[in-house]
Design a protein. Structure first.
Length: 316
């Protein structure tokens, strides 16, 4: 039996991703139609990093599926310090239908998946944020009726987890992905190469540019993220302000004017108005940020349901 996880965006094939998104649409329309965790069965949800949307949406998703969301403070548990990741996985796995983890190193998540014996979901690592991109794709699908052939520009820090997940997740969805970022903050080459291979098969494309106007010109969606990700707080002085390499990549009304006439704006939040985005953009008519935030619940609910279904099918 091959156990299915979501550790990075390309763990889902295009067919898989579409199945999850279609399930999310159905569950959003009929929230209690799937009770796959009835019992209730437990889903262990671990947090090593600060959280608002991830905690709220996963707890809500598990509860609406009929399960019990067991929230574990990873720092209090000392995962990887007080006990090894492998030992924690062996404790959680037999008592859980799935394990959801928001942590730092991707290697920690992969070790959890190796030893847990149940589906493991990446709720954010330093390398990827696949659940957020599923929610973003769901938002685009609702807004435009499709993802295939659409163009999305992500502007800001091209070396962070959101840039990596946009590359992989949007390429999987058949989109044209542009990363606008300073040359000093390029996406990881191996992740870029994976996205290029996926895009070539799916009829999309991938491009990286240090010109923010070139990145957004004519696109259907403009997305950004904070310039100071978790763990980078000590760098805030160099990442913000007039001398920051990201200053030209702030999403302003002027920059949005180069995008398509009905281009939407996305932000994974938390947002820092006046830094990576103008208040008039995130609070304006093009912003789908609050729909995007709500869609974390529906996308993750569908993902858990789909992964558990794959697990049941593998047991037959």
């Amino acid at each position: 039996m091959t156990l299915r996880h979501l550790l990075a965006d390309d763990d889902l094939s295009p067919v898989d991703q579409r199945a999850v998104l279609e399930r999310a649409l159905a569950l959003k329309a009929d929230p209690f139609s799937d009770r796959c965790l009835e019992g209730p069965r437990t889903v262990s949800i671990l947090f090593d990093k600060p959280t608002l949307r991830t905690q709220v949406s996963f707890v809500g998703a598990v509860a609406q599926l009929g399960g019990f969301p067991m929230v574990v403070d990873g720092r209090l548990a000392g995962v990887g310090e007080r006990e090894s990741v492998a030992d924690v996985a062996r404790v959680l796995g037999p008592q859980s239908a799935a394990v959801v983890w928001r942590t730092y190193g991707q290697d920690r998540l992969e070790e959890m998946a190796t030893h847990a014996g149940v589906p493991v979901v990446n709720a954010l690592t330093d390398d990827y944020h696949p659940c957020q991109v599923l929610a973003d794709l769901l938002t685009v699908l609702e807004h435009r009726g499709t993802t295939e052939g659409l163009a999305l520009a992500y502007v800001g820090d091209g070396a962070n987890n959101m840039a990596h997940s946009y590359l992989l997740g949007c390429a999987t969805a058949g989109m044209h992905v542009r990363i606008g970022t300073p040359t000093s903050h390029q996406p990881r080459p191996d992740i870029l190469a994976r996205a290029e291979r996926i895009a070539a098969r799916q009829g999309g494309s991938v491009a990286v540019t240090d010109d923010p106007v070139a990145a957004v010109t004519g696109v259907d969606v403009v997305a950004t993220d904070t310039w100071v990700s978790m763990g980078q707080e000590s760098e805030s002085g160099t990442r913000r302000g007039a001398s920051s390499p990201f200053e030209p990549f702030r999403v302003t009304e002027e920059l949005m004017a180069h995008a398509g006439d009905d281009a939407a704006f996305l932000h994974c939040l938390p947002a820092y108005r006046g830094h990576e985005v103008e208040a008039s953009v995130i609070d304006g008519p093009r912003s789908l940020v609050w729909h995007e935030s709500e869609n974390r619940l529906h996308a993750q609910k569908a993902l858990l349901s789909w992964l558990l279904e794959q697990h049941r099918m593998g047991d037959r």
